[in-house]
Write a protein that binds this ligand. Structure first.
Ligand code: 3PG
Length: 215
């Protein structure tokens, strides 16, 4: 894998690094480092740790400190305060489930490349107006799936998408074959039961399969 320049990391690099960005929910700080190592061993290093549990920031900190091969990002960034806390914990990119200019500005001020979440044409236009052209399409399956992305490729021909929400190994290829899709996101690489039982080999296997998806 190519070395990453964290200071000049761009949203496009975040999208292009691997076919899948894992969307991670961590309930135990002790799981963070072995899980990150398991994903890296499978060829996935852009890791979206969601701000959905009280332990999320401590988990980011642990990964940033102890797994230098991983690139830690924060998911579920919904406010400027979330973005700041994530940057302080060592996150070097951010993903949001929706978009507000306040989140966009905070990430820009912090130097955090952001993948803003969108599900409609108006949201795409708002994000683009603020300078964002690499967007998360969420919730992808529920909002219209690959058919919607095909429709968007006309008017939004200069936007790159990372569809997330309802994606798994078997439906990811349908999305990855589209020219306006650079990668997909999903939680299937880090199942809660594998995490709870410390089955890191299973996570490496899931990451290996994901990293070999064609795009
Ligand atoms: C997200 O925030 O991107 C989603 O919760 C991930 O969706 P999934 O669990 O259906 O992969």
């Amino acid at each position: 894998m190519k070395t990453i320049d964290f200071k000049n990391l761009t949203a496009l690099q975040v999208m292009q690094d691997a076919p899948v960005i894992p969307v991670i929910v961590l309930n135990d700080v002790a799981h963070a480092v072995p899980m990150a190592r398991a994903l890296v061993a499978g060829g996935i290093r852009m890791l979206e740790v969601t701000l959905r549990t009280p332990q999320a920031l401590a988990c980011m900190e642990a990964i940033a400190k102890e797994v230098p091969e991983a690139v830690v990002g924060a998911g579920t960034v919904r406010s400027a305060a979330d973005a700041k806390a994530a940057a302080n914990a060592g996150a070097v990119f951010a993903v949001s489930p929706g978009y507000t200019s306040a989140v966009g500005k905070a990430c820009r001020d912090l130097g955090l490349p952001l993948l803003p979440g969108v599900a409609t044409g108006s949201e795409i236009m708002m994000a683009q107006e603020d300078g964002f052209t690499e967007l998360k399409f969420f919730p992808a399956m529920q909002a219209g799936g690959s058919a919607l992305l095909k429709a968007w490729s006309g008017p939004f021909f200069d936007i790159n998408f990372c569809p997330t929400g309802g994606l798994i190994l078997t439906n990811a290829p349908d999305f990855l074959s589209l020219p306006n899709v650079k990668c997909v996101g999903g939680s299937w690489l880090t199942p809660a039961d594998a995490m709870a039982s410390g089955d890191w080999a299973r996570i490496t296997k899931l990451a290996t399969e994901a990293s070999q998806l064609k795009r």
